[in-house]
Design a protein around this ligand. Structure first.
Ligand SMILES: [Zn+2]
Length: 221
């Protein structure tokens, strides 16, 4: 039995199944002239029966628990897919991110082969990867992108290092998924590791001042 046959058995409407590779809406359904058109990301094709049962419960019964199962499966799939990164500039007018990254790596993660690229973000896209205000780790491209407003003489190197350290933690610590299917990147474990940064208190207090005095104004928050 193929995938369509499996779903069709559970519906009185006749079904049309369209496979696609669009990550942002991996599952959608609509009724079109007495037919139900189901658009599904291709990743589901190779997933086990358990996931197909969840797909059927969600599509035909709007089962919320099934939705959580699907969300977790999609999250696991997308976290494991590697996309070749677009090259980024790492040398700014004040800070050279690659040099700072190397310093942080040697100091805190000397034995780890992280295989991460780093560079200045062109503009911050909140939806890509796990983000804090000043930086972002994109797990698909294994890239850390730093907000360009940090490339300024008023921003001390230790603060840029702290942002890099924070983003590296995203790369090495797994995020948790709540019972409602929400992804929690800043777990307890994350926060306690974050505090191990040598100049944590200083960086946090700079963050506060900088965010309120410069960053908020420049970025119209
Ligand atoms: Zn974060």
């Amino acid at each position: 039995m193929d995938h369509l046959e499996y779903l069709q058995k559970q519906s009185k409407l006749s079904l049309v199944l369209i496979w696609h590779e669009n990550r942002s809406s991996y599952l959608s359904c609509r009724i079109e002239s007495h037919k139900m058109v189901i658009r599904l990301h291709r990743m589901f094709a190779s997933m086990p029966m358990l996931i197909w049962e969840a797909l059927a419960s969600y599509i035909f019964q709007k089962d919320k628990k099934a939705r959580v199962v699907l969300k977790k499966a999609a999250h696991e799939y997308f976290s494991s897919v590697y996309l070749p990164p677009k090259p980024l500039l790492s040398k700014g007018s004040t800070h050279h991110l690659l040099l700072l990254y190397d310093k942080v790596q040697q100091e805190y993660f000397p034995s780890m082969d992280l295989k991460i690229e780093i560079g200045w973000a062109k503009k911050q896209k909140r939806s890509q990867g796990r983000c804090m205000t000043f930086g972002c780790f994109d797990s698909h491209q294994r890239q850390i992108r730093i907000h360009p407003s940090l490339d300024h003489p008023s921003v001390p190197a230790y603060f840029v290092e702290f942002v890099i350290y924070h983003e590296i933690l995203h790369a090495i610590l797994p995020s948790a998924i709540s019972s409602k299917g929400r992804i929690q990147a800043h777990t307890k474990e994350f926060r306690s590791q974050e505090k191990l940064f040598f100049e944590y208190e200083k960086a946090k207090s700079f963050e506060k001042t900088f965010f309120n005095s410069v960053f908020r104004r420049v970025n119209f928050l």
